[in-house]
Design a protein around this ligand. Structure first.
Ligand code: ADP
Ligand code: GLC
Length: 486
């Protein structure tokens, strides 16, 4: 079987541009595909923070000064590249300062739709410039969801793409890229209204993600359970009916973990290393974490860790009626790293101010601290309202930090309930989205914490689980081949 040409388009890729798990998945899958001998090009915007960082990028020959034509306006971009660390894969950065030199990756600016329509167009225009004919364009989330429609319309004439198939992976249906239909003209789709979702157009809007779901050849999402959930009104966020109509083209593939980045035996970001066979370094990491977060150390007091975007998806409102009881009653620590909605940030600040000897908080994004918390905590908290896949719980398993999770999406697919009788299982799960259910599970976890031998087995079970890309990536390759008949 010949190697595939895969064009991986996304708004994030680690370590260059990251706000959440999407970045890790694009990098992990890209690396896997490269290792497996496929020809991969990863496309992301050259954001200001990358352009101004010490990341060295070089101009990609043959892909300079590309004029992308929109109605009444031409936008020029060039491609710069840098190797994806620990691989031969090249990341292609779309250099277009007028669109991407903004403070964050995402904005509320009036041209947000154009910023990502441009990404979609730049990917395809670059393929043309390079005469590179991808077998698959793998789109990820709403930002790259217009590619399938552009291929069917604007680029339909070009035989370069006549055998190109598209896969759209939904990482999070909570973000759909919805804009007023008055913006269609600027992105060159005003005369393609017949191809857009009619209900949305009636409401004078359009959505990138829905357009992708309508036109991609295949759809996937990042866990088997979430693939089922998003076809229901509880989780579909208004897209359930559309997804039901494409049910036979929708598959769930659980994300892989890049153990090159996330393994306590080799992680360069932590000072003490350990493994399932020799876990002794974990106690040192616990002491180091507590010192770093300015909290008193007691080996017997469990440390609960949180590393998260602080949005309603992640379920932290369940803390209000549960966590204070435990902080009051138990000798425990809580180490939180997160940023997002101010109500959640203020709540964690209040916990920190109220129990300064028990709660540590870092508000913001801090990759190294994320690794320390995974390694130095005893329990990882992830009570998500919904979770397409979730990477943190898988990282925490490998770092010997059993997770407490709600049984939803990828959390249900990757964490197995601990059973002290059979000594099987890797973490603690609850079903109902309520503070009582969470509190009951924390209580259950604490009872198991006191059984030191049982706990050691629980930790070991989790550390031995394998979610590596070698397994998960092979599922994508099978899907690509099926799609292309190759
Ligand atoms: P999501 O993509 O919904 O945010 P995931 O669990 O899939 O959830 O992935 C989150 C990723 O983002 C993990 O790699 C996690 O370590 C990282 N992360 C989240 N918040 C922060 C933060 N404040 N600082 C550093 N890393 C973070
Ligand atoms: C999304 C989801 C998360 C998933 C990640 C990568 O941001 O919220 O569950 O792990 O994408 O697929």
């Amino acid at each position: 079987m010949r190697p595939l040409r895969v064009c991986l388009a996304a708004s994030e890729v680690s370590p260059f541009a990251k706000t959440g798990g999407l970045a890790d998945v694009v990098a992990g899958l890209g690396r896997f595909l490269g290792r497996a001998g496929h020809e991969v090009r990863i496309f992301v915007p050259l954001y200001q923070r990358v352009a101004k960082s010490d990341v060295e990028t070089t101009p990609l020959e043959g892909a300079q000064a590309i004029d992308v034509k929109f109605p009444g306006r031409t936008i020029r971009c060039s491609i710069r590249t840098a190797p994806l660390p620990n691989s031969d894969v090249l990341v292609h950065f779309v250099d277009c300062p007028e669109l991407y030199h903004r403070e964050g990756l995402y904005t509320d600016d009036g041209d947000e739709s154009l910023r990502f329509a441009m990404l979609c167009r730049a990917v395809l225009d670059t393929c043309q410039r390079l005469s590179w004919s991808p077998d698959v364009v793998h789109c990820n989330d709403w930002h790259t969801s217009l590619i399938p429609l552009y291929l069917r319309t604007t680029y339909h004439w070009d035989r370069l793409f006549s055998n190109t198939k598209t896969l759209l992976t939904i990482h999070n249906i909570g973000y759909q890229g919805v804009f007023p239909d008055s913006q269609l003209a600027a992105i060159g789709l005003d005369d393609q209204r017949a191809h857009l979702h009619h209900g949305d157009l009636r409401d004078k809007r359009f959505a990138f993600l829905k357009t992708g779901v309508l036109h991609a050849n295949k759809l996937s999402t990042v866990s088997v359970t979430y693939a089922r959930e998003i076809q229901t009104s509880e989780f579909g966020m208004g897209m359930e009916e559309l997804l039901q109509t494409r049910s036979s083209d929708l598959v769930g593939i659980v994300n892989g973990v890049d153990y090159g980045d996330w393994d306590p035996a080799t992680d360069p970001l932590i000072p003490h290393h350990y493994s399932a066979d020799d876990p002794s370094g974990k106690a040192k990491m616990k002491a180091a974490l507590l010192q770093r977060m300015d909290l008193p150390h007691n080996p017997r007091a469990p440390v609960f860790g949180v590393v998260s975007r602080l949005t309603s998806q992640k379920g932290f409102e369940l803390f209000a009626d549960s966590i204070p009881v435990f902080l009051q009653r138990e000798d425990m620590r809580l180490c939180v790293l997160g940023s997002g909605e101010s109500k959640h940030e203020s709540y964690f600040q209040w916990l920190r101010d109220t129990w300064p000897q028990k709660v540590g908080l870092y508000r913001g994004f801090h990759n190294e601290l994320a690794h320390w918390i995974e390694a130095g905590s005893d329990v990882f908290l992830m009570p998500s309202r919904f979770e397409p896949c979730g990477l943190n719980q898988m990282y925490s398993l490998r770092y010997g930090t059993p997770p407490i999770v709600r049984r939803t999406g990828g959390l249900a697919d990757t964490v197995q309930a601990w059973d002290p009788t059979t000594r099987e299982g890797t973490g603690f799960l609850f079903d109902e989205f309520s503070s009582q259910a969470l509190a009951g599970t924390i209580d259950w976890c604490l009872r198991n914490w006191r059984d030191r031998q049982g706990w050691q087995q629980l930790v070991k079970n989790g550390m031995q689980r394998d979610f590596s890309w070698d397994r998960q990536g092979a599922e994508y390759v099978a899907l690509y081949r099926d799609l292309c008949g190759l």
